[in-house]
Every structure is written in structure tokens, then in C-alpha cells.
Unconditional design. Structure first.
Length: 127
């Protein structure tokens, strides 16, 4: 089964790195991209992704604030916040809003583990 993934990062280079890892792990899964939370919300409403990968530091609304909104708006979507800021406070705040913390630089293993868990949870929650 394929899952649609939304990648949200204001850095094109960072999005390309995530896409490269996704292609290695799940080459057939459709991917969509957004530069910021505003674009991401439009993509979510239009494309209905299953999984969202958010950069922590973005102009406007940061990834953590957007993850909190998204968790309430669309609880079925699996969310990961990606950041080089590995402080315990950031990790705890990420988990508190219902998202998974993934450290930068993002590795295929970390992304693969998150995707496996996300897919399993969504399958378990399906009616």
C-alpha cells in the first residue's frame, strides 16, 4: 500500500535530502512539497497526505506550532518534526503535540523507522 507524504521545509536543499531518503525507502510513494506552514495547509486540504515531515525552523509558523495545529485538525496524519536542535525540551515538546522527533541530518534508518511505525499505527486505527 502506498502512502502520500508531504515534506515541509523552507530550504529546497533540505527537501531534496528528504526526497532522496524517501526514494531509497519507498520509491513508489507519492511526495508533495511545501515551503512553509501556509503552503502545507493548502496542500493538506487539496492532497490529503497520510504523513507529514516538518522542518522545525521555518519562517512564519514554525514546525512545532504547525504540528500542534495539524494534530488537532487531522489526527489521522502521522507527523514528524525534523530538527538539528536535539535539546530534551524540543524533543519533549514535539512528542507532547503528538509528533515524532527526527534529528538532522536525517538518516534513512531514522526515517525508515518512523515510516514503519506511522504505517502500523494508521493500519491499527483504520476501521
Amino acid at each position: 500500500m502506498t502512502h502520500k507524504i508531504l515534506i515541509v521545509d523552507d530550504s529546497k536543499l533540505a527537501r531534496m535530502a528528504v526526497v532522496k531518503a524517501l526514494k531509497a525507502l519507498q520509491p513508489d510513494w507519492p511526495r508533495i512539497e511545501a515551503n512553509n506552514a501556509e503552503e502545507a495547509l493548502a496542500q493538506i486540504n487539496e492532497e490529503n497526505p497520510d504523513i507529514v515531515l516538518l522542518d522545525f525552523n521555518m519562517p512564519g509558523k514554525d514546525g512545532l506550532a504547525f504540528a500542534a495545529e495539524l494534530s488537532q485538525h487531522s489526527p489521522r496524519i502521522a507527523i514528524a518534526v525534523i530538527s538539528a536542535n536535539r535539546q530534551v525540551e524540543v524533543i519533549n515538546r514535539t512528542e507532547a503535540v503528538g509528533a515524532t522527533f527526527l534529528p538532522k541530518p536525517l538518516t534513512e534508518k531514522a526515517l525508515g523507522d518512523f515510516l514503519s511505525t506511522a504505517v502500523t499505527r494508521q493500519a491499527d486505527a483504520a476501521p
